[in-house]
Design a protein around this ligand. Structure first.
Ligand SMILES: Nc1ncnc2c1ncn2[C@@H]1O[C@H](COP(=O)(O)OP(=O)(O)O)[C@@H](O)[C@H]1O
Ligand SMILES: [Mg+2]
Length: 313
């Protein structure tokens, strides 16, 4: 079966900066794919490429079999909530949606009916007749999602839809995303810098860092990959291995292991809130000289720390 979305080697270069570097993935109808990454990872550029706002430097993609070389046809099949969009404050939510439906050629009466359905679908029915200037940020974001649906898209692209929303607003938005994929069978590409959102709504995830995919797969696979990668090796003088292990045993979230083959190397694993730097600091504080310290998958680890702490980079 042809996937709803097929992306192959997608690349965007701005001057000397590679914003998106050889991105490839496919997504089926009804699937929610998470694009997870810290600020600057390339999420927005990816969404702008897929919505044909930007032209790829290299690579291709197809939406329901329509090739990216035909942007006008792609635009009829995708819906997008951009990173930031302005809304005319003086019109009502309903009028806004009717206007956009009309832009896609929907006849007036059908457009009004469609607007009513879409606005109810994003939990805005009660405020449908209010001017957008009276909407909260969460309501505007939901209206933006409704707007993305006016052309009954196969693929819905949502760029950080929960950004700036309070926890209740985030939950509501994620519920809407689930419905778009589950009930309408659309493919959703959702960008976010928050790991927990991916865990809640995505079937698959691509973690981007510096425009490249650092890890991808089902949420379970990625979680496992991350867990495995959160480890490092510490080499200390042979006579101080036992001392170092005692110290490490007292660091919460850290476990360690020494093999017979390399009795001077301690493999440190961290879980939960633990981190390899804390482990290293504890060993140094106990005045055990560290001869070498190597962190496995440092890039992934870095990406994840930045992600889970929500820190911009
Ligand atoms: N129009 C542009 N011109 C030049 N550089 C850009 C442009 N858009 C994005 N970039 C750069 O591309 C990289 C990825 O940005 P972006 O896709 O916005 O990341 P994200 O959405 O993950 O925060 C960043 O280094 C950013 O500065
Ligand atoms: Mg962005």
């Amino acid at each position: 079966m042809v996937g709803a979305l097929e992306v192959e080697g997608l690349t965007k270069v701005f001057g000397r900066r590679v914003a998106v570097d050889g991105l490839s993935f496919t997504a089926r109808p009804g699937e929610v794919v998470g694009l997870l990454g810290p600020n600057g990872a390339g999420k927005t550029t990816t969404i702008r490429l897929l919505s044909t706002v930007l032209k790829p430097t290299d690579g291709r993609f197809a939406v329901a079999g329509v090739e990216s070389t035909e942007p006008a046809r792609i635009r009829r099949r995708v819906g997008v909530l951009p990173e930031s969009s302005g809304y005319p404050g003086y019109v009502t939510g309903t009028d806004y949606l009717v206007y956009h439906a009309r832009l896609f050629g929907v006849e007036r009466r059908a457009a009004a009916e469609l607007a009513g359905k879409l606005i109810a679908g994003v939990d805005l029915a009660e405020r449908a007749g209010s001017r957008i200037s009276t909407y909260s940020r969460g309501m505007r974001q939901r209206l933006g999602v409704a707007r993305a649906m006016v052309n009954d898209p196969d693929v819905v692209l949502l760029d950080e839809p929960t950004l700036g929303l309070d926890p209740a607003g985030q939950r509501q938005m994620l519920g809407i995303v689930r419905r778009i994929a589950g009930e309408r069978g659309a493919t959703v590409v959702l960008s976010t810098h928050m790991l927990h959102e991916v865990e809640q709504v995505c079937s698959r995830v691509l973690i981007l860092d510096g425009g490249k995919v650092v890890v991808s797969g089902t949420v379970d696979e990625v979680t496992r990959a991350v867990a495995v990668q959160r480890s490092g090796r510490l080499r200390v003088p042979p006579g101080l291995v036992e001392r170092a292990r005692e110290v490490l045993d007292d660091v919460s979230g850290v476990s360690c292991e020494v093999t017979r083959e390399r009795p001077d190397v301690i493999t440190v694993r961290v879980a939960g809130a633990g981190d390899t730097n804390t482990a290293l600091a504890a060993v140094l504080a106990a005045r055990v000289p560290v001869l070498a310290f190597e962190v496995d998958g440092a890039r992934l680890d870095d990406a994840f720390l930045a992600l889970t702490r929500g820190e911009p980079r």
